[in-house]
Design a protein around this ligand. Structure first.
Ligand code: ADP
Ligand code: ARG
Length: 343
């Protein structure tokens, strides 16, 4: 196993923390699922423009390769190896009155969490049989949901190109052929074992076997953030009655990408702030202050359209779910205030 050849283009945290010494100390190690440090860093090596550039093959990757992962986790989340993660999924603790009741700025709100099945490898190291088994268990579990969460599972295999494209365009379904996931080993056997569950209104959705085994999603038009959070936490509670997810006291919910550890939660709004966005520096400064990330409206690595941006919490580990949403909420309140002042 050779130390990767990094160029000036490699700016990821992976390239920063995979020094030759760290690599040499880890190159002969393997997790129970046969995952190596080369597997962990392949996506970032092949995609020099990665921001993070590393994926775990299993929960054990985070301990076996701790000298590599710990500093990345610390820099991204501000969470040290001695810290303990805390969870709070109680919507009563969230102070989030709709910041845009007239629907002038917030187009839609979406909150998702990643989950992986306990005692299974994560996507990058999973076998086809294990992935198919997860699809079976998860889709069966979902089909037992009742009331407003009741819906249907649609496997990707057999879905028409038109249906797939329409679901992607309308922000419901994951994209195909992501090069970061591809080189992480997450697209093996595509489209088999993948799919999407949703209720009739498409306000509750579950992605199966994309970057994580489950992405549990609550979304709707407008800015009623608390309603979206409440639906999500109810759904998580229902699923947890029937399935056990990979979780540990230190890292919280275990995910394949270290950015998602902890709460595995990304709470976002699509928000129109064209005037503020004309001053990118100011826009970014407000987002940084509230620990927010700016994305385009077709998801990660996409562009804004018509001054509408995807604004979401950046921190996910060492903060509770309520705090993740509160970060987003507080930032959105300020963004709206500033946008109004520029009118
Ligand atoms: P993830 O949130 O799952 O990490 P992405 O950034 O790729 O991944 O987003 C997934 C999809 O969700 C994309 O189609 C994106 O446009 C959509 N999305 C994200 N936030 C919102 C939102 N607030 N309203 C509507 N769609 C959203
Ligand atoms: N691996 C990609 C990068 O390093 C994405 C990282 C965060 N996003 C994610 N979907 N896990 O830029």
């Amino acid at each position: 196993m050779e130390y990767p050849k990094f160029t000036q283009e490699h700016k990821s945290l992976m390239a920063k923390y995979l020094t030759k010494d760290v690599f040499d100390s880890l190159k002969d190690k393997k997790t129970v699922n046969g995952f190596t440090i080369s597997d962990v860093v392949n996506s970032g090596v092949q995609n020099p423009d990665s921001g993070i550039g590393a994926y775990a093959g299993d929960e054990e990757s985070y301990t076996t390769f701790a000298p590599f992962f710990d500093p990345i986790i610390e820099e991204y989340h501000g969470f040290t190896k001695n810290d303990k993660h805390q969870s709070d999924l109680n919507p009563d603790n969230l102070d989030a009155k709709n910041p845009d009741p007239d629907n002038k700025f917030i187009v839609s709100t979406r909150i998702r969490v990643g989950r992986n099945v306990d005692n299974m490898p994560l996507g990058p190291a999973i076998t086809k049989e294990q992935r198919d088994e997860i699809e079976k268990v998860v889709s069966t579990t979902l089909s037992s949901l009742e009331g407003s969460l009741k819906g249907k599972y649609f496997p990707l295999d057999g879905m028409s190109k038109e249906d797939q494209d329409a679901l992607i365009k309308d922000h419901f379904l994951f994209k195909e052929g992501d090069r970061f996931l591809e080189t992480a080993g997450l697209n093996r056997n595509w489209p088999l074992g993948r799919g999407i569950y949703h209720n009739t209104e498409k306000t509750f959705l579950v992605w199966v076997n994309e970057e994580d085994q489950l992405r549990i999603i609550s979304m709707q038009q407008g800015g009623d953030i608390k309603e979206v959070f409440t639906r999500l936490t109810t759904a998580i509670g229902e699923l947890e009655k029937k399935m056990k997810f990979s979780f540990n006291e230190h890292l919280g919910y275990i995910t394949s990408c270290p950015t998602n550890l902890g709460t595995a939660m990304r709470a976002s709004v699509h928000i129109a702030v064209p005037k503020l966005a004309a001053d990118m520096e100011k826009f970014k400064a407000i987002c940084d202050k509230h620990h927010l990330q700016i994305r385009g409206i077709h998801g990660e690595h996409s562009e804004s359209e018509g001054g509408v941006y995807d604004i979401s919490n950046k921190r996910r580990l060492g903060v509770t779910e309520v705090q993740c949403v509160q970060d987003m909420y507080d930032g959105v309140v300020e963004l709206i205030k500033v946008e109004k002042s520029l009118a």
